[in-house]
Design a protein around this ligand. Structure first.
Ligand code: HEC
Length: 257
């Protein structure tokens, strides 16, 4: 196929995707600060950059605050900062979404003003040529994820982090809906969803996640056990508490609870 034919095919696919799926702009309300934080409020978020585990000095998580390191960076890393899109090597349109400095500078983030910030605007744009992730890409952000980005910018687009476990790690009676799915959605879903299945792996929904949990692969990849590909790919390891919580849920039989 010639380059031109490929280009026309691509445009066609984008138009097709758009006509099949009309995206309603999401009206975030100023008072709705809580929506997004639920996604990782139970322990998914903390990236222990020191690698020490346990010895971190981050503040406890405030449920009304969206945190860059816990909520925003892992989401952008797994859904946007990927090869072929907005990793430093590709930098489509000059936009790099893998670290705080580049996110603010190249996605034109205006602290306090989400609707003037490119990072938010493209998520709710109805023009298929401008909308991100591109309608043809198969990557879709959920409304609560988009609202979380809105709230983070509105709260000043800070380079902040919190300790979701406030120094403690509760691993008893882990629930898929409250403890497991939010972690998967933030750290894994961008590369492993119904449309994009890196390594042929789909982690959308309980049945898929449970299959990898029961085969031992889920724990193998997140605990970086020998013989497994370390996940999330290209990012730091999940924090120790989150790994223990997922392990506990797997040991309980990976229930849909
Ligand atoms: C940036 C994209 C990306 C992210 C984010 C990501 N993965 Fe992957 N994943 C891949 C790719 C690519 C492969 C195939 C790797 C290979 O075969 O070398 C893969 C492979 C896998 C496999 C099969 C591994 C094996 O050993 O065969 C599992 C299971 C998996 N991922 C789970 C996860 C989980 C769980 C997360 C979140 C904690 C995650 N992935 C996050 C890209 C990603």
């Amino acid at each position: 196929m010639t380059i031109k034919a490929k280009y026309l095919l691509w445009i066609g696919l984008v138009l097709l995707a758009f006509t099949r799926c009309v995206h309603e702009p999401i009206p975030p309300t100023d008072g709705d600060h809580g929506g997004g934080t639920d996604t990782t409020g139970t322990g998914g978020g903390h990236n222990d950059t020191t690698g020490q585990g346990g010895g971190n000095t981050d503040q406890p998580c405030d449920p009304d605050t969206v945190y860059f390191k816990n909520d925003i960076l892992p989401l952008l890393n797994s859904s946007c900062g990927i090869s072929g899109c907005h990793d430093p090597a590709t930098a489509s349109d000059g936009v790099i979404l893998t670290n705080y400095t580049d996110i603010l500078a190249t996605a034109d983030v205006r602290p306090g003003d989400p609707t003037s910030s490119d990072l938010y605007e493209v998520l709710v744009d109805t023009d298929p040529d401008k909308k991100m992730p591109p309608p043809g890409s198969g990557i879709v952000l959920a409304n609560d994820q988009i609202n979380m980005i809105y709230t983070w910018i509105q709260q000043g687009a800070l380079n902040n982090a919190c300790d979701p476990n406030a120094g403690q790690c509760d691993t008893l009676n882990m629930s898929y809906a409250n403890h497991i799915e939010p972690v998967i959605n933030t750290y894994c879903l961008g590369c492993h969803n119904n449309s994009v299945q890196s390594g042929n792996v789909n982690l959308a929904g309980h049945a898929n996640v449970a299959a990898y949990a029961n085969s031992g692969q889920l724990y193998g990849v997140i605990a970086h056990l020998p013989g497994y590909k370390p996940m999330p790919q290209g990012q730091s390891k999940l924090d120790d508490c989150t790994i223990k919580q997922i392990k506990s849920w797997i040991d309980d039989g990976a229930p849909n609870n």
